[in-house]
Design a protein around this ligand. Structure first.
Ligand code: CP
Length: 318
């Protein structure tokens, strides 16, 4: 009888689980609530210090991370919860060959939600099929990174006041840049946004992203940053994703294709903003950091607060 109840409670909780795997897993209403809650948290973070008391987040990062991992962990601690995880995936039974499905089944019995970063596209979605608690995609290969998008949208909302009506230049590695894929998906849901895709021919946006948005939102696809920098309201720079390349020589050939510097910034609008999900390598010169239009470090600061709001939303605590 007791075993039956236990099994029943797992099945019931599985049915009610809400995941965040791709940007469209949150409705526009959800997003409005999360952004409003983030504003409240920023105003008085301490007010939320016990919201997740006794809750546990499993933090499974199978790829390196500074911003996403630290901000998620800090978010859970600031909500009064706890975090379990590993510094090295080789210390888990994945190293003995346990499947991701079985690992997920087990960990979802110990934690109230799971954040996962994986080198494999679709890993978070796969895990969501075996988890009894919410799965948050903290980056799956070159596919999606929807919580970076929450950070990006908060920054745009703050610095440009609105999420609609912008010309957004997206520059760099559009092929493998998962933050870019998620950002395009998210911004295409708001009216009157237009995109200029700026990349080398080898690193153009995949069709599965480009074809998924209203085609009238795509102004141009080009390889020229210098010709476009004066036309955009938001310039979203990105790193060439070394870890996704098969050929090191090809990476070395493409990695410095774009270098945004003070000279190029002279051509940009006075109220244009430069964003970057970070880490930044050579694609933005350090001399740009002191330009008031460079908001990438402030952008990253939203990460912890908006992830606090996301955790509360998925756990129905907000
Ligand atoms: N923007 C981002 O995902 O950074 P990390 O890889 O450091 O988490």
């Amino acid at each position: 009888m007791a075993v039956g109840s236990f099994a029943g409670s797992i099945a019931d909780s599985h049915m009610a689980v809400r995941n965040y795997i791709v940007p469209t897993d949150l409705s526009l209403d959800d997003l409005r609530s999360i952004f409003a809650l983030t504003d409240e948290i920023i105003k008085d973070c301490q007010k939320f210090q016990d919201v997740c008391k006794s809750k546990v987040m499993a933090s499974l990062f199978f790829e390196p991370s500074t911003r996403t991992k630290f901000s998620f962990d800090a978010a859970m601690y600031r909500l009064g919860g706890n975090v379990i995880g590993f510094a090295d995936p080789n210390t888990t039974s994945q190293a003995k060959g346990e499947s991701l499905a079985d690992t997920t089944r087990i960990i979802s019995g110990y934690a109230d939600l799971i954040t996962v970063r994986s080198p494999y596209e679709g890993a978070a979605k796969h895990m969501s099929m075996y988890s009894s608690v919410p799965i948050i995609n903290a980056g799956d290969g070159g596919h999606e990174h929807p919580t970076q998008t929450l950070t990006d949208l908060m920054a745009i909302r703050h610095y440009k006041q609105t999420l609609d009506g912008h010309v957004i230049g997206i520059c760099g590695d559009l092929k493998f840049g998962r933050t870019i894929h998620s950002l395009i998906s998210a911004l295409s849901r708001y009216p009157n946004n237009k995109f200029v895709f700026i990349s080398p021919p080898e690193l153009q946006l995949p069709d599965y992203v480009a074809h998924n948005i209203d085609q009238s939102m795509i102004l141009r696809q080009t390889d020229s940053l210098i010709n476009e920098i004066g036309n955009v309201d938001i310039l979203y720079m990105s790193r060439v994703q070394k870890e996704r390349f098969v050929s090191e020589a090809e990476y070395l050939r493409l990695r410095d294709y774009y270098i945004l510097n003070a000279e190029k910034m002279k051509r940009a609008k006075k109220d244009m903003v430069v964003m970057h999900p970070l880490p930044r390598l050579n694609e933005i010169s350090a001399e740009v950091d002191s330009d008031e239009r460079a908001i990438y470090f402030e952008q990253a600061r939203y990460g912890m607060y908006v992830r606090m709001a996301l955790i509360m939303n998925l756990l129905d605590l907000g």
